[in-house]
Design a protein around this ligand. Structure first.
Ligand code: UDP
Length: 476
């Protein structure tokens, strides 16, 4: 019997960082000659087309196409981080029947072959059920940090051992039942660190469903590399032997495009307009004199927290470039006067934009460090550029990742829960001046390992080959 030619359907979580990573993965599959469908929500597709050249970029791949579905929310819903749980469940109501329909249809057989492999975000546990029911392989791509994913995989054991939910208020208690992290992981590093009851925490419930679905899937894709996460990858493989580590994905893609002498510039996947004046401002700053400050696409801060950061940064005397998104302020309408005052008060040594071309910023020679919320994409982008980090984690994987940045990889410091102008000032001086050489040395070492992993014969290249073989498997 003839097998249909491979056709992968990629389905990211409807937020910036997974869309970014999934588009990079989609392009790798295109380069490997596979038929690729990228399933986006109407809302995000509109933003993507508005702010990027993604449409013309992918036109060079005739076997690629976008498809869109509703996310189930009314148009006027702001889709902020507060509504994240609501977004996930409203999308499930639309996506689950859509997936069933598309996997059952054998397509028209003329314009494209049927879908033979689904690559959903790891949180879309239901895609694994649908694939298994219909006999189409599903290989989730989990875009969070592997250190956090490993903690998720340990949650059932933690519940059984009575370590979760927490008893008492001491957040410095260490976990005993997270293999590989004994003596390291404290309650304050736990993804759901104020967890009182896992049964009522909606996000924890989704994570637990993902944990159940992982061994039922046909593989797992992670944006990391063996030299960074080797021991954790071995542990994760005890739950899912076909775990492919193919990162740092953005560098992996760039490396392959360069090898094929294809254009790699201007490859933004941003849902917001990138302000390129940030690069012009950096061009005028001395080498490694600027700290880049960004809290990613979803984290929100109170006005008090924004002011603590502002004072700490100004008092440090170090130059800074700060991304203040128009929806950064928690629970309040964006106040333009407030933003103007912040910018005015630091204009001699700082520059504020509402969204930056982050990969380009981190690659700039004027950047000496990164004050980050420890989102996984930001962390990987910083590692690739060998820039040390100050971590101010907000939620989920950021809490575990920031612990690894400071205690395992030793490429920065972890502020964790503290938001205090004196501590911010001290940490900025520490990273940029006092302990600069030490941090720089370890960050550069890791950056070199990242580059090796995506170079010819590197571990992520081997991971990619096996992943593609997995995605080419015929449906059962
Ligand atoms: N990003 C960007 N410009 C900005 C801020 C962020 O392009 O001004 C990108 C960044 O390069 C990264 C993504 O947005 O790829 C943020 O992902 P991350 O996982 O770090 O954080 P999240 O937004 O999921 O909290």
């Amino acid at each position: 019997m003839d097998h249909p030619s491979p056709h992968v359907l990629l389905f990211p979580l409807p937020i910036q960082s997974p869309i970014n990573s999934m588009l990079q993965l989609a392009e790798l599959f295109c380069l490997a000659g596979l038929q690729v469908t990228f399933l986006n929500t109407n809302h995000n597709q509109k933003l993507l087309l508005q702010h990027t050249n993604v449409e013309s970029r992918f036109r060079q791949y005739p076997r690629f196409r976008f498809r869109t579905i509703s996310d189930g929310l009314p148009v006027e819903n702001p889709r902020s981080s507060v509504q994240f749980g609501e977004l996930i469940s409203s999308l499930q109501a639309v996506a689950e029947p859509f997936l069933r329909e598309i996997l059952l249809s054998s397509s028209d057989g003329v314009t494209e072959p049927p879908v033979t492999c689904v690559i959903p975000d790891g949180l879309f546990y239901y895609a694994v059920d649908v694939g298994n029911e219909i006999g189409v392989p599903v290989i989730p791509f989990d875009t969070i940090s592997p250190c956090c994913l490993w903690v998720y995989l340990c949650i059932p054991k933690l519940i059984q051992a009575g370590e979760v939910p927490f008893k008492g208020n001491d957040l410095d208690v260490l976990f005993e039942n997270v293999a590989g992290m004994q003596g390291l992981l404290r309650r304050r590093d736990f993804p759901f660190y104020r967890l009182i009851d896992y049964a009522t925490d909606p996000y924890c419930q989704i994570a637990l469903k993902e944990v159940e679905s992982i061994p039922q899937s046909n593989g797992l894709i992670l944006n990391t590399f063996e030299d960074l996460d080797g021991p954790l990858l071995s542990l994760i493989r005890s739950h899912c032997p076909q775990t492919y580590a193919i990162g740092p994905l953005h560098l992996h893609l760039k490396t392959k495009l360069a090898e094929k002498r294809m254009p790699i510039s201007a490859s933004s996947n941003s849902l917001w307009e990138e302000d390129h004046s940030s690069i012009q401002w950096l061009d005028a700053q001395p080498i490694e004199s600027v700290i880049y400050v960004s809290f990613g696409s979803m984290a929100t801060l109170s006005k008090e927290e924004i002011l603590e950061f502002w004072h700490g940064l100004v008092n440090s005397g170090i130059r800074f470039l700060w991304v203040i998104r128009s929806n950064l302020l928690r629970g309040e309408e964006w106040n333009h006067q407030f933003a103007k005052e912040l910018a005015e008060g630091c204009k001699e040594r700082a520059y504020i934009v509402s969204w930056a071309p982050q990969e380009e910023v981190l690659a700039h020679s004027a950047i000496g460090g990164f004050l980050t919320h420890s989102g996984w994409n930001s962390t990987m982008e910083s590692i690739v550029q060998g820039k040390p980090m100050i971590c101010w984690a907000v939620y989920v994987d950021q809490r575990v990742t920031s612990r690894f940045v400071s205690e395992v990889w030793k490429i920065g410091v972890d502020m964790k829960d503290i938001c205090d102008r004196y501590i911010i000032e001290k940490m900025v001086k520490d990273l940029m001046v006092t302990n600069r050489d030490e941090f720089k040395k370890s960050a550069e070492k890791l950056s070199n390992l990242a580059k090796e992993s995506v170079g010819e014969g590197g571990s992520s290249r081997i991971g990619e080959i096996t992943m593609e073989q997995g995605a080419r498997q015929p449906p059962h």
